[in-house]
Design a binder for this molecule. Structure first.
Ligand SMILES: NC(=O)c1ccc[n+]([C@@H]2O[C@H](COP(=O)([O-])OP(=O)(O)OC[C@H]3O[C@@H](n4cnc5c(N)ncnc54)[C@H](O)[C@@H]3O)[C@@H](O)[C@H]2O)c1
Ligand SMILES: O=C(O)C1=N[C@H](C(=O)O)CCC1
Length: 359
């Protein structure tokens, strides 16, 4: 596959982009005072700040979210449903972790001062969106989570960690019995769903939290259901470009490809062309320079057997605010399901959209 895919059609049939919004966000500057010194940083989302490194101790009631925020959250949320719940954001020093905490704070949710992170960060206390959060490495997670749940029976875990941690984390959440939103991609999806089927827990699992992209995938799925095989014989080329730090292939692209397969296209996931090189992203994909460190561009190009007909679909996202907002909607949706003891326990972002649970 060549770069022509990305440049072949100046007017794609389907184009979703939030570049405008993120161009605004990219000019955001954060000013923080650390040990009396003032720091200014241009960023997509506010950076976390390392406060200090202390030995790990159990979470106590005094470390929990402050009560002022807790009480204000009920009015900021939905007073008629009296839905106020704390979130534990795992991977809180990561790009998504930070963005989700900011979105959660804006929505009036409580953020618990504990987060699962990498071994190298274990014991650190970091500041994200004005909240001090202690990082817990791989050791002792079960007892930490158990005591957190005991003190916060209506808590929801939000996981934006790394592909390698997905299955072990989901097993732990299920074992302890804490409902969770799994935004992290990768891992063994079949195993993840098996874990949930075998537990009594609630979960919302989605490799894509951006509402408009989710709606696009749902539309493709409806087309596949109504017109199975409509694109038989066509060839498919898929290109996805993300920041160089992304560890796995786009989970979103995999879901879109499932729809194309139902539409009759034969395609193997290892044919996906991943672009992680910033130079290619600038020149070939057209990613704005200020978003090289945080973007998700996807192109699906379909060509008829005799090459007389072609289709192109794109969804291009700069920054990550759309995912963070969707994640908070997902957490609110899941909290309501838990509260109402809904029979269905495993959800995805399509369920959130279908029930109109958007703020
Ligand atoms: N569902 C969506 O809409 C969506 C959107 C964006 C990103 N993602 C996915 O979310 C995940 C995180 O993305 P990101 O951009 O924030 O990545 P990131 O690299 O910026 O952050 C990863 C975080 O995980 C932590 N971590 C590393 N090893 C860990 C471990 N063993 N246990 C717990 N935490 C660990 C890191 O310290 C870091 O805080 C990726 O899988 C990405 O594909 C999903
Ligand atoms: O930035 C990422 O990493 C993203 N991952 C998700 C995926 O793999 O589909 C969603 C888009 C952003």
């Amino acid at each position: 596959m060549s770069s022509s895919i990305l440049q072949s059609s100046p007017k794609p049939l389907f184009f979703i982009s939030n570049q405008k919004q993120k161009t605004f966000s990219s000019s955001l500057h954060v000013s923080q005072s650390i040990n009396g010194q003032q720091f200014h940083k241009p960023c997509f989302s506010k950076p976390f700040t390392l406060v200090n490194k202390k030995p790990i101790t159990a979470i106590t009631a005094t470390q929990r979210i402050d009560k002022t925020l807790a009480s204000s959250s009920s009015s900021a949320m939905s007073s008629e449903e009296n839905l106020s719940f704390p979130i534990m954001v795992n991977g809180c020093t990561g790009k998504m972790g930070k963005a989700v905490i900011e979105a959660g704070v804006s929505a009036g949710l409580q953020v618990l001062p504990a987060s699962f992170g990498s071994e190298s960060k274990a014991g650190e206390i970091v500041e994200v969106a004005g909240k001090e959060i202690r990082i817990y490495g791989p050791t002792g997670r079960e007892s930490i989570l158990t005591s957190l749940l005991k003190e916060n029976p209506n808590m929801i875990v939000i996981d934006f960690t790394v592909p390698d941690a997905v299955n072990a984390n989901a097993e732990l959440y299920s074992k302890v019995g804490v409902p969770f939103v799994m935004g992290t991609t990768g891992g063994d999806l079949e195993m993840l769903y098996d874990t949930m089927e075998n537990s009594k827990g609630y979960a919302l699992i989605s490799p894509q939290m951006g509402k408009q992209v989710v709606a696009f995938i749902a539309a493709m799925d409806i087309m596949a259901e109504q017109f199975p095989g409509a694109f038989s014989g066509y060839t498919l080329e898929v290109t996805e470009s993300h920041q160089a730090s992304k560890l796995d292939t786009s989970g979103t692209a995999k879901n879109v490809i499932k729809c194309f397969q139902k539409l009759g296209l034969s395609y193997d996931l290892d044919q996906i062309q991943q672009i992680r090189d910033p130079e290619q992203q600038l020149e070939m994909v057209g990613v704005p320079e200020e978003h090289l460190l945080l973007h998700a561009f996807h192109v699906y190009h379909l060509t008829s057997p005799d090459k007389t007909v072609s289709f192109e679909f794109q969804h291009n996202v700069c920054g990550n605010s759309t995912y963070a907002e969707g994640t908070i909607d997902a957490a609110i949706f899941l909290a309501k399901k838990v509260q109402s003891q809904a029979e269905k326990r495993i959800y995805d972002m399509g369920d959130v959209l279908r029930e109109g649970n958007m703020r």
